[in-house]
Ligand binder design. Structure first.
Ligand code: PLP
Length: 476
């Protein structure tokens, strides 16, 4: 077992930078020497932005420091094989799903998944069967998928080539994943987990168990979301007797750049090192800091701290008449920028602090208390939420969509038609309407509510004007 104290890729990169070599290779900024005069803040970052030079290895054929860094990662997570990703969990989801299924294969997929999961199914031309998540009344948001729903889906579609789950959700909520994995494996169905928000779960308590530890076949994690890694830096862990590792690697080669970013990869090496050095004292310090922050927030009348699961996620629910979006905007006015807002909540992603690292949590709570001091507490109305069918299919499959004409009609006229566009309130990036899905009354109500409360959307270019694209008849 190699020492987790090592940082092979980061060291190789620094060693090269210190050599002050003369660059006659890509990239064109020549280690930051050739830049626009305005780009002075970029210069330092560019120094480390190198390419596959002698001693720096190659992500696509690793034999040197990248291989060593990936082996250290696999050892930390106790996975047979782990990979660095330079295009986020997005590319991990694409590769794992495309490796697991082919055209017309049935796949079971948790409905409140990220759009990259849906894009992967679309590229694979597979047939998705959507499993509805439960609804968390306290958080007023979709949670995890229930064991009974998975069991029912497996009974109905025993031919499924994969079960694709999201764990935890954006708000850090988890569910009984172990039981679900065991059930799927009994039926020879591999389990693919988008654990974008849980790379730190490997620390163990007080964090929930990681899907890697729970036996999932492939797990994708956005290291950049909760670990000190650069944006787009992610991990993929493989541990499957169902999915061919060579096919998975082929897809990683196809989908990732042939010029992967060294700063991103080195930051993954350092994030793994940070995590491996996380001690019990760090855990205790972090827990104490979070408890104090939550208790200070709990004293503020206009908000309520809700949800539990991942301690790094603190969800604050408005109790003062403001929507979550409005509350988020008020916080931004005093320099507090949060991860997301929804109609009711604002989500804070806390840092994975080590002992004695300071973060202005107390100051944040004070500022929030100051902003909300003139807002009276208002009893919240009981939320109307949709109860989607437990198991649902697309009305038109991805591979058939090209055969249909499209038309733009008023949102209300779209009732019972088939949506030609995917409408995703973002964040949290969970599709409300999928292209190919029938527009039901409940979905229309939800759409109106989100528009009214000021949600932002991806897709649905004309929603704000009151229009939606739907499929019409077959093309001639
Ligand atoms: C659940 C989930 N999966 C995947 C992704 C995509 O991750 P990345 O930004 O690392 O590509 C996100 C991004 O927000 C996400 O929330």
């Amino acid at each position: 077992m190699s020492s987790q104290l090592k940082t092979p890729l980061y060291d190789a990169l620094i060693k090269h930078v210190k050599k002050r070599t003369i660059s006659f290779h890509v990239p064109g900024h020549k280690s930051g020497r050739i830049t626009d005069s305005k780009a002075k803040f970029l210069q330092q970052a560019l120094e480390m932005d190198l390419t596959e030079l002698s001693g720096l290895d190659d992500l696509h054929e690793p034999v040197g420091p990248i291989q060593e860094a990936q082996t250290l990662l696999a050892e930390l997570y106790q996975a047979p094989k782990s990979y660095f990703l330079v295009n986020g969990s997005t590319v991990g989801n694409l590769a794992m799903i495309m490796a697991a299924c082919h055209e017309n294969d049935t796949v079971l997929v948790q409905r409140n998944c990220h759009k990259s999961v849906l894009n992967a199914i679309k590229l694979a031309k597979a047939r998705p069967i959507f499993l509805a998540p439960g609804y968390d009344k306290e958080l007023k948001a979709a949670g995890g998928v229930h064991f009974e729903t998975v069991k029912q889906a497996i009974n109905q579609y025993p031919e499924a080539k994969a079960l694709i789950l999201t764990y935890p959700n954006y708000y850090g909520m988890v569910y009984g994943l172990k039981e679900i994995i065991d059930e799927a494996h009994r039926q020879q169905i591999p389990v693919l987990v988008d654990e974008a928000h849980g790379p730190h779960f490997i620390i163990g308590g007080p964090f929930p168990a990681s899907a890697v530890t729970l036996g999932a076949d492939i797990v994708v994690q956005s290291a950049h979301k909760t670990l000190p890694a650069m944006t787009m830096g992610s991990f993929l862990h493989y541990n499957s007797s169902f999915i061919n590792q060579n096919i998975l690697e082929d897809y990683l080669h196809i989908l990732q750049s042939s010029s992967p970013s060294y700063p991103i990869m080195a930051s993954l090496d350092m994030a793994r090192h940070y995590l491996a050095g996380y001690t019990m004292d760090d855990v205790q310090y972090l827990v104490k800091e979070i408890r104090a922050f939550k208790s200070e927030l709990g004293e503020i009348p206009g908000i309520k701290v809700v949800g539990n699961g991942d301690p790094l996620k603190v969800t604050v629910q408005s109790q003062c008449g403001l929507s979550g979006f409005e509350l988020q905007m008020k916080l931004e006015q005093v320099g507090i920028y949060t991860e997301l807002a929804d109609p009711n909540n604002v989500l804070f992603v806390l840092p994975l602090l080590k002992e004695n690292q300071q973060y202005p949590l107390k100051d944040t709570a004070l500022k929030i208390s100051e902003i909300l001091k003139d807002f009276p507490q208002i009893n919240q109305r009981e939320e109307i939420h949709s109860e989607p069918e437990n198991i649902s299919e697309l009305a038109i499959l991805y591979q058939e969509m090209d055969q249909y004409k499209q038309q733009t009609i008023s949102i209300d006229a779209a009732l019972d038609k088939i949506s030609a566009e995917t409408v995703i309130p973002y964040p949290p990036g969970i599709p409300l309407l999928l292209a190919g899905e029938r527009v039901t009354k409940v979905k229309l109500q939800e759409l109106h509510k989100l528009i009214k409360t000021g949600a932002r959307f991806q897709g649905g270019a004309f929603l704000k004007e009151g229009f939606l694209n739907v499929f019409g008849g077959l093309k001639q």
